[in-house]
Design a protein around this ligand. Structure first.
Ligand code: DGT
Ligand code: CA
Ligand code: CA
Length: 575
């Protein structure tokens, strides 16, 4: 039996889309089943085509006869008429509407039925005209919140999360590199700089036969539309709406082209100015001496930077924030390596919102090469009904001790994530917290407090002797929730003074602290921890995004507590 070479990622995307569409139709239960199957396909080690050929689709957890048949059809034909018909049935705008913070599929359907709203623009107009407040479950305040959510959405519109794009980019690079005439194939642009969101994906290749590579590129399974196609540059749009640019350049220009198309634009402008001071020209073809037309450098990035009197600057730093000066003076920071983290410092178990029991999440972490993991389920309060009580904490701790006795070369640190209340106090007493290995505290309510009050809350939590880590310090969710207003400088000084770690939440839509806040906090001598907040094995994989953020924030391994071996980490936590 033949398959179409469709990737697991793409199959999962299709299943997720079906779930969203069914939900918007107010179909019950099925969306959950489709999401479960989508996740299982994402977590699958084997290629979905292989599993299909073996007739083993129904051995995938969550895949029964019905969904199995859909996957089979998609994998063998490359099409799914069921999805096409769902798409036709439901206006595109309605799905988008459901994605607005505070709406969701049920309310989207209600808005459509009662007010005829079918897209975000319609929602905005209705909110401004005060029509939304007439509906059950909505008020004047929710209208204001909706308008705010719409603004946030518009600002991030057309941009994609780095964590969603990198796997897609790696897959395309892999496919292009398999072409017989492809030589170098690599990611450039903001994705290479590991910026938190990506406008479009830039790829670069060298090949003695560019047409063949371009033909392959424009016919990749993920491509929905070709915007332009030529021998040196092509642009396509994927089903997700992501635009991808591929440029094929000459081997001798590869370094200059990679430098140019990696950007950032501001970094390039500063670099070009530096070149012109020497009467040289820097562009995507090379570095040329204008006096005699001699090519000074071009085949490697290192050569280009060296010719300009600079050390090679890691892509994550190329934002014209002082990296060129540092490269000149030889003071570029030694950035934390992508393999330097020895354990995830914030993970959920099935005791709260996680899907895996303690042993399973520990084994998943061990398999990633970690030597420890901090399980920090939420502590229960009004905002977190599924959280742990003081009693739960004690029972869970016993369970962790038992697991640690049987696990080789791996430890679970017993932890908790407390809520910081309005007065800066925590939702569990220190008598409970002081028995644990690590205590994380974060803001979970009252995000809109004024700056002074919020700063006071955060600083109070930092000064609490029981607190080791300030979780997701600003609470932002990319495209969904603004950061809280707080004086990050004051927060950093307090963290440095007390030895409280500031967290980099590595979850792909949070990345909180941001790169720039990391740098600001480091300058104030604060130290950091990185945690994913993972609820399953898949989400553990977001760690590299937290490391990327740390690198973009000029952090080294010594700045990050969970690069330490367990013993030293425990000493640092000092509990
Ligand atoms: P994005 O796509 O918005 O996430 O950000 P980038 O950085 O990937 O930007 P993009 O795709 O427009 O261009 C890729 C790179 O090409 C960019 O980082 C630097 C270079 N570039 C683009 N336009 C210019 C320009 O006008 N001047 C210079 N010096 N470089 C540019
Ligand atoms: Ca780009
Ligand atoms: Ca581009």
């Amino acid at each position: 039996m033949g398959t179409t070479g469709i990737t697991n990622q793409r199959v999962a995307e299709v299943l997720y889309e079906i779930a969203d569409l069914l939900e918007t139709k107010s179909v019950r239960f099925k969306p959950i089943a489709y999401r479960k199957a989508a996740k299982a396909v994402m977590d699958l080690r084997e290629d979905i085509g292989t599993v299909t050929n073996r007739g083993d689709l129904e051995t995938i957890p969550g895949v029964g006869e019905h969904i199995g048949a859909k996957i089979h059809e998609l994998v063998t034909t490359g099409n799914l008429p069921y999805l096409e018909s769902l798409r036709k049935e439901i206006p595109e705008g309605l799905v988008e509407l459901a994605g607005i913070e505070g709406i969701g599929p049920k309310r989207a359907t209600l808005l459509n039925r009662e007010l005829g709203i079918s897209d975000i623009q319609g929602l905005e107009e209705a909110a401004k005209a005060g029509k939304i407040r007439t509906l059950p479950g909505f008020g004047e305040r929710s209208e204001q919140k909706l308008l705010h959510a719409i603004r946030l959405r518009q600002e991030s519109k057309g941009r994609f999360l780095l964590g969603d794009i990198l796997p897609v980019a790696d897959e395309i690079v892999r496919q292009l590199a398999s072409h017989p005439s492809a030589r170098q194939v690599t990611i450039a642009g903001s994705a290479r700089r590991r910026k938190e969101t990506i406008g479009d994906l830039d790829l670069l290749a060298t090949s003695p036969e560019p047409e063949g590579v371009m033909d392959l590129f424009s016919t990749l399974p993920a491509v929905r539309r070709i915007v332009g196609k030529g021998p040196t540059r092509s642009t396509v749009v994927l089903a997700s709406g992501l635009q991808v640019d591929l440029r094929v350049v000459a081997e001798a220009s590869f370094g200059a082209a990679l430098q140019y198309f990696t950007g950032s634009k501001d970094h390039n402008i500063a670099l070009r100015r530096r070149a012109s001071e020497k009467n040289w020209r820097l562009n995507e073809y090379g570095l040329t001496d204008l006096a005699d037309g001699r090519v000074v450098a071009g085949s490697s990035e290192e050569e280009v930077y060296r010719a300009l009197g600079l050390l090679l600057i890691p892509p994550e730093l190329r934002e014209n924030r002082g990296e060129i000066e540092a490269a000149e003076e030889g003071t570029l920071p030694a950035l934390v390596g992508y393999d330097a983290v020895k354990g995830d410092l914030r993970v959920r178990s099935s005791w709260s919102s996680g899907s895996l029991p303690l042993t399973k999440i520990a084994l998943a972490a061990k398999e990633m090469g970690y030597s420890y993991l901090a399980v920090c389920d939420h502590a229960k309060d009004a905002g977190i009904p599924r959280g742990l009580t003081a009693e739960d904490v004690a029972t869970q701790q016993k369970e962790i001790e038992g697991i640690n006795r049987v696990l080789d070369d791996f430890s679970i640190l017993s932890g908790i994530e407390c809520s910081i209340m309005h007065d800066g106090k925590l939702n569990l007493p220190s008598s409970v917290l002081d028995d644990l290995d690590i205590v994380i505290a974060g803001i979970h309510t009252g995000f809109s407090a004024p700056e002074k009050e919020m700063t006071r809350r955060l600083v109070a939590a930092i000064h609490n002797d029981s607190v080791d880590v300030l979780a997701h310090p600003t609470g932002r969710i990319i495209g969904k929730r603004d950061p809280v207003q707080a004086d990050i400088s004051a927060v950093s000084y307090a963290a440095a003074a007390t030895g409280t770690l500031l967290e980099i939440d590595a979850c792909r839509n949070r990345l909180d602290l941001t790169d720039e806040n990391c740098r600001l906090a480091k300058e104030r001598h604060a130290r950091f921890s990185i945690g994913t907040g993972a609820r399953d094995a898949g989400e553990l994989q977001d760690m590299h995004l937290g490391i990327a953020t740390a690198r973009r924030g000029w952090l080294g391994a010594a700045d990050i507590a969970n690069t330490l071996p367990e013993k030293d980490l425990r000493t640092l936590l000092g509990r």
